[in-house]
Design a protein around this ligand. Structure first.
Ligand SMILES: [Zn+2]
Ligand SMILES: [Zn+2]
Length: 267
């Protein structure tokens, strides 16, 4: 079963194309189920500090929900789930929870894009990698990801090793960190996303790496797939490669979600 649970929309200010174009593209790629998971409004910042090129505004949230529901009504041959990509910002869990619980979501993707306010996946702030010992940075990053998993806010942890996006990798053995991530995900009953966007960046591989994916599989962490598409051309991109990798690692089922409840389907 081919799914893509990580699609953005033009509402976030850095994606393009209409939602119908995303669905037309999904059909072409042969996806049977998709999930729209646009960025949550920047709830952890006062309104005047929110960047319209990062996420939709509070006011746009209602329109987003309605548009996804209408999209399903207009495209009955393909299952369309309502998701939301939610930034995990330590200390702001309550504000996130308030928004999430007010919406009829099928699933919530949990993402770490910021470490102590540093948007590390934004090329504009890439120079800050130089200020870090990379192993300590990875430790800090994965600690934050684990804290997010434990928060109970999320169904699926998105692009779990995003910190490698621009190719910064410590030459230390990362397996103790991978064990920590996988056991925390298993205990917290979150799923993990196999996200193909890393193939489009200097990381040159999916998130998570095959090595981390193997550890996640060993801990029986359920898995979904996503392209992180920010335009219709990226819908389902490399998703067949991702599916093949899941099979190689041993996965036989893919996790899908309705009303925040997990359901397993054969891969
Ligand atoms: Zn985005
Ligand atoms: Zn993301």
């Amino acid at each position: 079963m081919l799914i893509d649970y990580h699609l953005h929309t033009a509402r976030c200010g850095h994606a393009s194309g209409t939602m119908q174009q995303y669905i037309d593209a999904a059909r072409q790629v042969g996806l049977t189920e998709v999930g729209i998971a646009d960025h949550i409004p920047m709830y952890w910042l006062p309104s005047e500090k929110r960047d319209p090129e990062v996420a939709m505004t509070d006011k746009e949230l209602t329109g987003y929900i309605v548009e996804v529901q209408q999209l399903q009504q207009a495209n009955l041959d393909i299952t369309i789930k309502l998701g939301l990509e939610v930034d995990y910002i330590p200390g702001h869990e309550k504000a996130a929870e308030e928004i999430i619980s007010s919406l009829p979501l099928d699933y919530v993707l949990g993402s770490v894009h910021y470490l102590d306010g540093w948007g590390f996946d934004n090329p504009e702030y890439m120079h800050k990698f130089d200020q870090w010992n990379l192993y300590e940075l990875y430790q800090h990053y994965f600690d934050t990801v684990c804290q997010g998993a434990k928060s109970g806010l999320f169904n699926i942890m998105a692009h779990t090793d995003l910190i490698k996006k621009f190719g910064h990798r410590p030459n230390w053995d990362l397996s103790p960190l991978y064990e920590q991530v996988a056991s925390t995900f298993a205990e917290s009953a979150v799923s993990v996303e196999l996200n193909t966007a890393g193939l489009r960046y200097p990381a040159l591989e999916q998130y998570p790496s095959k090595e981390l994916l193997k550890v996640l599989y060993k801990h029986k962490v359920p898995v979904t797939m996503g392209s992180d598409a920010h335009n219709p051309q990226q819908v389902g991109q490399d998703i067949k490669i991702a599916r093949q990798m899941l099979i190689e690692v041993g996965y036989k089922e893919i996790a899908t979600f309705s009303n925040r409840q997990i359901k397993y389907c054969s891969l």
